[in-house]
Write a protein that binds this ligand. Structure first.
Ligand code: ADP
Ligand code: MG
Length: 253
């Protein structure tokens, strides 16, 4: 889906983002904009700063310098936890290690944040939950514990649990890296449907076929910098930087 871009469509704007872990300078001045409805993939070598960048977008990591504007508000300047939580609610995040609650049923995993954080009534939350679970084919697991789910099912649960909060953007950090190969497709399909439905998505992944097919834009991050920001067409057929060429040479076969 090609998205028409203009300034009023900017959902996230990142300026001069820096992050250190001790002496390690992990983010080294990141600038980018993410537009509403855009699907942006982030690729690059391990240790390049992709996860740290994603985590800075919802302040799971606090940047040392720079700004993250979310719908116009610089969230790095928010002082109290309540304001921060309100912003975090607008950002759904799915990690490599399906971070579902093992001690809660699938249904309770779905409804807990809706009822506690959004103050939605239990019956209504359950109705929404069942619709979403059905959508990703795990409604019959509603009363099971996550221990009874396959990796692919857990990850589909993690995705719809985030969606239940009606976020404005979904961040995915290697959502299929911990899955057995036969489960990768079912999870990518869920993400594909979301993207096609117009959800703004930022996806860190090594699934290059998927990246090529789904992205409006690709960011290549290495050494804490966006080394290249281009269309899939350009990245895969005519990359500018040697680093991108070298990386793709290693991961494409
Ligand atoms: P990527 O996701 O691209 O593999 P990361 O953002 O996870 O990269 O990590 C970038 C660098 O920062 C790596 O060298 C990693 O070891 C380091 N790093 C990440 N998180 C932490 C942390 N919490 N404490 C110390 N070092 C970290
Ligand atoms: Mg990572």
């Amino acid at each position: 889906m090609q998205v028409q871009k203009n300034n009023s469509d900017i959902l996230i704007k990142v300026e001069n983002l820096h992050k250190h872990f001790g002496k390690l300078h992990v983010l080294n001045g990141i600038y980018t904009e993410i537009h509403k409805g855009e699907v942006v993939s982030i690729i690059g070598p391990s240790g390049g700063g992709k996860s740290t960048f994603l985590r800075c977008l919802n302040l799971l990591e606090k940047p040392d310098q720079g700004s993250v504007f979310f719908e116009g508000t610089d969230i790095t300047k928010l002082k109290n936890e309540k304001e921060l939580d309100q912003h975090r609610q607008k950002i759904g995040m799915v990690f490599q290690q399906f971070n579902v609650f093992p001690h809660l049923t699938v249904l309770k995993n779905m409804t807990i944040a809706m009822t506690l954080e959004k103050k939605i009534k239990k019956a209504e939350a359950e109705e929404t939950a069942m619709k979403l679970l059905k959508l990703v084919g795990i409604a019959e697991k509603a009363h099971e514990y996550p221990g009874k789910l396959s990796g692919g099912q857990k990850q589909r649960l993690a995705i719809v649990r985030a969606l239940a909060m009606e976020p404005d953007v979904m961040l995915f950090d290697e959502p299929t890296s911990a899955l057995d190969p036969e489960m990768v497709k079912e999870v990518l399909n869920v993400i594909r449907h979301l993207a096609e439905a117009g959800m703004t998505c930022v996806i860190v992944t090594h699934e290059m076929g998927f990246v090529k097919e789904i992205s409006d834009r690709i960011l290549f991050i290495d050494a804490g910098i966006i080394q290249e920001d281009a269309s899939p067409e350009q990245i895969f057929n005519n990359p500018k930087s040697e680093r991108v060429k070298d990386f793709l040479g290693k991961v494409l076969y």
